[in-house]
Design a protein around this ligand. Sequence first.
Ligand SMILES: O=S(=O)(O)O[C@H]1C[C@H](O)[C@@H](O)[C@@H]1CO
Length: 621
Amino acid sequence: TFDVTFSTAGHDVPPTLYGLMFEDINQSGDGGLYAELIQNRAFQTVTPGTSAALTAWAALGSAKISVVKSSSPVSSALPNALSFAVASGTTSTVGFTNSGYFGIPVTAGWTYTGSFYYRTPSPPATKVSGSFTADLRSTGGTVFTSATVPFTTSSTWQQATFTFTASSTQTSVENLFALSVGGSTVSGLTIEFTLISLFPPTFNGRENGFRMDLSETLLDMKPAFFRFPGGNNLEGETAADRWAWENTVGDLVDRPGRVGDWGYINTDGLGLYEYLQWIEDMGMEPIMAVYAGYSLNGASVASSGMQTYITEAINQINFVIGDASTNAQAAIRASMGHADPFTLNYIEIGNEDFFSPTTYADYRWADLYNALHAEFPQLHYIATSATSGNVPTLSPTPTYWDLHIYSNPNFFINGAFNFDILSRNGLQFFQGEYATTTENSGAALTYPFIDGSIAEAAYMAGFDRNSDIVFAASYAPLLNHVSSTQWTPDLITFSPNTVIRSTSYYVQQLYSLYKGDFYLQSTTNTASSPVQWSITRDTSAGQYFLKVINTATSANTVVFTLPFTPSHTTGTGTILTAPSGTQNTPTSPNAAVPSTFSFTAGKTITYNAPGLSLSVLVVTE
Ligand SMILES: O=S(=O)(O)O[C@H]1C[C@H](O)[C@@H](O)[C@@H]1CO
């Protein structure tokens, strides 16, 4: 039995304590949160004439399709186009299809919004008018919904738009988007297409917005912040490939896209504006990274070359918070629909610069910090060159540090007091990435498992307890498309029409929902103890959140002695527990889900915590 007494002494819990780390990994942006359903919609960064250039596209009927460098591109950012050639004398239906990001969801009641650019490089002497049919169909050819899209041949680019509404829900996502036309209408013609786009309804109905079910899943965590755009995906393989904010704003037709750092193309349709608008809609605040001159090939920008990136970072921040009436970058923000500045308090300078400690310490940190702090003194700047609370020497001395740790359950159980032992010297820590990534044996994990998730919960009791110096924490990676994975485990796995909440998702959710605003000191415990606890309070609600973590496989009893006698003698608790090894997977999505229970609340509360469990007992004064 663990006897826990708690006092009314303690400290504030920062409102930023629990949030989300995001980067476009595992198709979590393109093909995930970003709601565009068409993969390879604008043939960005592909090599014309190659089969890879046609990823996700296929011809319908006898038409010939290929990706070409257009002789008159729709924009300088999008030089490529789909060339659709129809032989003279064709009479049958011709067209082309797109298979989406490993499938396309068909959901009853959804009105889909589509558009595409088209032109006829060599228009016939007399204009030809006709109509395309845009539709959603099964791979077997069953059409679920369609729209007629009139066109007239033109040597200049035209943009067509259409909508259609699905009347059925298909459990299979093996569906295609198709554009087709009667062969006799277009026989002998070659028509170019690009930026072929299809959106479902989006979160908050935003144009060019976010997928609803994934947004709702994240909203259910009440996350306080959103770290973006990376992570590795900020850095580029080279400086030229970095995430450069300016290429991600403005009209979609002006966004070139880039080769992302996880093996696939980033359309950058999910750009800086879309991130910020969604973060605002979700009630979060950004922790925004700026490129800091280190890329994944291991090279650092030379000191003499830093000004370009300093200017870029200043412009990036001005896009977010500048005055649209005086600042050019802020004016772009206003032109996209957000005249007022977005909320911004935290800037992260780089990512994992412990891979490049010399250049970060010698000049990259100071160059950026000094310039940005001078320009935006009200913002907090986070350094990235430490992996633990024992930080290296940087000048100017950072106040905020981002720490990353991926390890096994034992690390998180034995490390539960890693922050207790740190001296309080003004430093503030962001545990920006952490997860149980292997079993204690070293065996890799495809999905989180209960043993690792409860170990994370033990470590997180340390975040609550040390939230006087831990201002933010987020599990990573956040999202994983079940059909395109570069990193496991992840907090949430999804397909085009399903979302799986892992055991670690529920741990993150419970800590975030029951964060409270004040941490109450209690009986001191030790690292490696099988039981950890944390007591926080929602002061305005007069509610106390007694978190109990039992990392042992056998039950353990905790007896709480409160500093008061609650008037409400029945409390409600929530528990996540499951047998060792349990995972939520596509075949068993709800193997372990939280359940609620009631308990008797009094000056003392005896709670028998099952093995491998996180419980939150809510006591009302
Ligand atoms: O290979 S790693 O450096 O471990 O990659 C990790 C750390 C990096 O910030 C993030 O992008 C990635 C997975 O979350």
